[in-house]
Design a protein around this ligand. Structure first.
Ligand code: PMP
Length: 395
C-alpha cells in the first residue's frame, strides 16, 4: 500500500507541531513599515527587509498608481509571446545603469532569478562552487542546473582556492562557476569579493554574486560589487527588488550577450508572465531615487549603527555584522524563541532564527533596522531588549 496524501500531511504537520517547529504566520494589518499592527496591537518592526523604507514611499505609490492607470494591472503574458512593455524596457535600462553593466533583465522574484540564471548557463558537464551559507534559492538553482555542486566553507578563501584548483585541474568539467551571496543574511558579513575575483581570474571561474541584501545598502546604494569597484570583474550581478528597493522582483545585470542569452534560455523568462505594470514602474522610480541621492542609504546606516551601539552598550553579543543586519546572539534555540516572544509581548517585532537556518547553539534574534525608523523607536526597542535580557539572564 502506498501512503495517502492525507496520512502524509497529517503525520508531517503533527510532527512539526509536536516539536514546536510549525510556523504560525502573523497577519499584518496595514502597511509593513517601521511599525506594524498585528491583532490590533502596534509593534516596532525590526523584522522586515524594507531597508530604506521605500515599500511605503509616496513617490513609489504614485508611480505604481499612474502605471496602473496607463497600463492596467497585469502584463498579459510572457514577454516572448505578448511583447515587452515599454515599462520593462525602462526598468532594465535603469537597472543596468544602476549596476554599471551593459545590460540587465528583470524577473518576477529574486528566487525565480536564481532558478533562471544558474540553470540557463550551467549544465551537467559543469561544476558550481557554492558558499555553504548561500541562500536557498541559489541551492535550488544549482540543483536545477544538474551541475556538480561543490560546497565551499563559508568565506574560506583557502578552501575556495583548493577546490577551484581541484575542479579545474580534474579536466572533468566544461565550465566552473563560483556563487556567493554579496551580504550573508544571518550574520550580516560581506563576501570577500576582491580575493574571490583574484582566485576566479587565476582559475578561469565564472563569478556570480547574489546581492539581495547588498543592493541599496552597500556601495552607497549600488551594491556590494560596486562597493569593491568590481563591476567589470563579476559576470553575474543578481539580486532582489523586494528588499531595499521596496517592491518585488529580481534582476540579473551583466554583459549584453549574457542578458541576450537569458532572454532565450532562462525558463522563468520564457514561461512565466512578467512583472506587473504598477510594480515595474514603482521599481524604476525606486532605483532612480537611489541613483539620485544617498540620503536614505545614509539614514539606514546611521540608524543601524545607533541600534548596534545601543545593544552592545547594554551588554548584548551582536556578532560580527558588517552591514545593518543586527543579530543578537542568544545561544540555545528555545531561549532565542522565548526571547523573541517576550519582545513581542513588550511591543518589539523581531524574529528568532534557529537551527537549521543557523548552526546549532547560535540561536539569535535578528534585527533589521531601516531608514524609516526614528531614534525614539530604536531607543524604545533597546530599552525593551534590556528588560528582557535581564529577565532571561542574558546580560
Ligand atoms: N537571494 C537571497 C540572498 C535572499 O536573501 C533572498 C530573499 N530571501 C532571495 C534571493 C529571494 O528573493 P525574493 O524574496 O525576491 O524572491
Amino acid at each position: 500500500m502506498v501512503q495517502t496524501l492525507n496520512t502524509f500531511l497529517e503525520s508531517n504537520l503533527n510532527e512539526l507541531k509536536d516539536n514546536g517547529l510549525y510556523n504560525e504566520i502573523d497577519i499584518v494589518e496595514g502597511a509593513n513599515g517601521a511599525e506594524i499592527t498585528i491583532g490590533g496591537k502596534q509593534y516596532i518592526n525590526l523584522s522586515s527587509n524594507n531597508y530604506l523604507g521605500l515599500a511605503t514611499n509616496e513617490d513609489l505609490k504614485k508611480a505604481a498608481k499612474d502605471a496602473i492607470d496607463s497600463h492596467g494591472v497585469g502584463a498579459g503574458a510572457v514577454r516572448t509571446i505578448n511583447g515587452t512593455l515599454d515599462l520593462h524596457k525602462e526598468l532594465e535600462e535603469t537597472l543596468a545603469q544602476f549596476k554599471g553593466t551593459e545590460s540587465a533583465i528583470a524577473y518576477q522574484s529574486g528566487f525565480n532569478c536564481n532558478m533562471a540564471a544558474i540553470s540557463a548557463v550551467m549544465n551537467k558537464h559543469d561544476a558550481i562552487l557554492s558558499d555553504e551559507l548561500n541562500h536557498a534559492s541559489i541551492i535550488d538553482g544549482c540543483r536545477l542546473s544538474k551541475a556538480k555542486i561543490i560546497r565551499v566553507n563559508h568565506s574560506d578563501m583557502e578552501d575556495l582556492r583548493n577546490k577551484a584548483k581541484e575542479a579545474v585541474e580534474s579536466g572533468q568539467y566544461n565550465k566552473v562557476m563560483y556563487i556567493t551571496d554579496g551580504v550573508f543574511s544571518m550574520d550580516g558579513d560581506v563576501a570577500k569579493l576582491p580575493e574571490i575575483v583574484e582566485i576566479a581570474e587565476e582559475f578561469g571561474l565564472i563569478t556570480y554574486v547574489d546581492d539581495a541584501h547588498g543592493s541599496g545598502v552597500m556601495g552607497k546604494g549600488a551594491g556590494t560589487v560596486k562597493h569593491f569597484g568590481l563591476q567589470d570583474k563579476i559576470d553575474f550581478q543578481i539580486g532582489t527588488l523586494s528588499k531595499a528597493i521596496g517592491v518585488v522582483g529580481g534582476y540579473v545585470a551583466g554583459t549584453k550577450d549574457l542578458i541576450d542569452w537569458l532572454k532565450v534560455a532562462s525558463r522563468p523568462f520564457l514561461f512565466s508572465t512578467s512583472l506587473a505594470p504598477g510594480d515595474t514602474k514603482a521599481i524604476t522610480e525606486s532605483v532612480k531615487k537611489l541613483m539620485a541621492s544617498t540620503e536614505l542609504h545614509d539614514k539606514l546606516w546611521d540608524n543601524a549603527n545607533y541600534l548596534k551601539e545601543g545593544l552592545k552598550a547594554k551588554g548584548f553579543d551582536i556578532g560580527h555584522s558588517e552591514t545593518p543586519i543586527t543579530p543578537v546572539i542568544i545561544g540555545e534555540e528555545k531561549k532565542a524563541q522565548t526571547f523573541s516572544k517576550r519582545l513581542m509581548d513588550e511591543g518589539v517585532y523581531a524574529k528568532a532564527i534557529v537551527f537549521p537556518t543557523v548552526p546549532r547553539g547560535t540561536g539569535r534574534v535578528r534585527n533589521m533596522p531601516t531608514a524609516a525608523h526614528t531614534k525614539e523607536q530604536l531607543d524604545k526597542a533597546i530599552d525593551i531588549y534590556e528588560k528582557i535580557g535581564k529577565e532571561l539572564g542574558l546580560i
